[in-house]
Design a protein around this ligand. Structure first.
Ligand SMILES: NC(=O)c1ccc[n+]([C@@H]2O[C@H](COP(=O)([O-])OP(=O)(O)OC[C@H]3O[C@@H](n4cnc5c(N)ncnc54)[C@H](O)[C@@H]3O)[C@@H](O)[C@H]2O)c1
Length: 261
């Protein structure tokens, strides 16, 4: 029987597609999502559907996974679910932050910046610390974060998320560097522009952004969540044991094209 994986941000987008792919592949899925209002039912229906894919080896929690109290509350439960066995994967695929500029009509506040950097960046570190202390990460475990081209390019409204991405990348690098000696690797997947719910929140002009991306991408299309799921699945293979402290580009070569077409 395949090991358990923990996916933060499992109900849609990259995390959702990965949860589905790995459930189909026989992994046990432990997922956190944070969905309120109109999207709550949709998210819960998705999670229920996944339970049907791997004989019910799936547990989902609609909780703020960036809250350290939630981490402390659920780690014993995660340990019970896995029977104390280390997780094969911790995937951080949370999209929740402030999208605004540093200057102008709505300059980002310190509170917004701190929240964005924590939820989309530093929260990964605290999960890894706590899971490692609980022996839930061990030889063969993978830590993966999701970054974007916004880690080095400037985009309207993306400043706070860009800061979070830089933090996330440096955190995964350092985790891999410190925990590599235990056979635990940590990497970031850099996805190209992907039409997900998060994208529609970054910009009112997201449809135009998608059209420009299709022209700019060498493969003539946007990245899709299943592209990321496929790469996560590859990263779980034994052949990926030595990929550590790296950025794995999953964008059809988009990051090699100029910003404008
Ligand atoms: N969409 C893109 O173009 C793109 C490109 C590159 C990288 N990324 C990155 O991929 C990751 C996932 O983005 P997406 O586009 O799949 O987003 P999405 O909106 O489709 O999914 C976000 C997920 O995060 C969950 N979530 C939000 N806040 C949470 C919290 N506090 N606790 C637990 N779960 C929470 C949601 O419930 C949902 O499951 C993000 O880090 C994003 O920056 C996205």
């Amino acid at each position: 029987m395949k090991q358990w994986v923990l996916i933060l941000g499992c109900s849609t987008g990259h995390g959702g597609a990965t949860a589905r792919k790995l459930a189909e592949d026989g992994y046990g899925i432990i997922g956190f999502h944070f969905d309120r209002g109109d999207i709550k039912k949709e998210a819960e229906a998705f999670c229920e559907e996944l339970k049907g894919l791997n004989d019910g080896r799936a547990h989902f929690f609609n909780k703020n996974a960036a809250d350290s109290k939630v981490m402390d509350e659920f780690i014993p439960q995660i340990k019970e679910i896995t029977g104390g066995e280390p997780l094969k994967l911790l995937l951080h695929s949370i999209a929740f932050g402030t999208t605004t500029n540093f200057f102008g009509e709505r300059p980002v506040t310190q509170k917004q910046m701190d929240m964005t950097v924590h939820v989309m960046g530093t929260s990964l570190l605290y999960w890894v610390q706590k899971l490692f202390d609980a022996d839930l990460l061990g030889s063969g475990s993978r830590v993966l974060g999701l970054t974007s081209e916004g880690n080095y390019l400037c985009m309207d409204g993306y400043g706070p998320v860009s800061v979070a991405k830089v933090a996330l990348e440096s955190i995964t690098r350092q985790i891999g560097w410190e925990l590599g000696q235990h056979g635990i690797t940590a990497n970031c997947i850099q996805a190209g522009v992907t039409p997900t719910r998060a994208l529609t929140k970054i910009s009112e002009n997201w449809e135009e952004w998608i059209e420009k991306t299709k022209k700019r991408n060498p493969m003539g299309r946007t990245t899709e969540p299943h592209d990321v799921a496929n790469v996560v699945q590859l990263m779980l293979q034994p052949g990926a044991d030595f990929i550590n402290c790296s950025i794995v580009y999953t964008d059809g070569g988009e990051h090699r094209s100029g910003t404008f077409v």
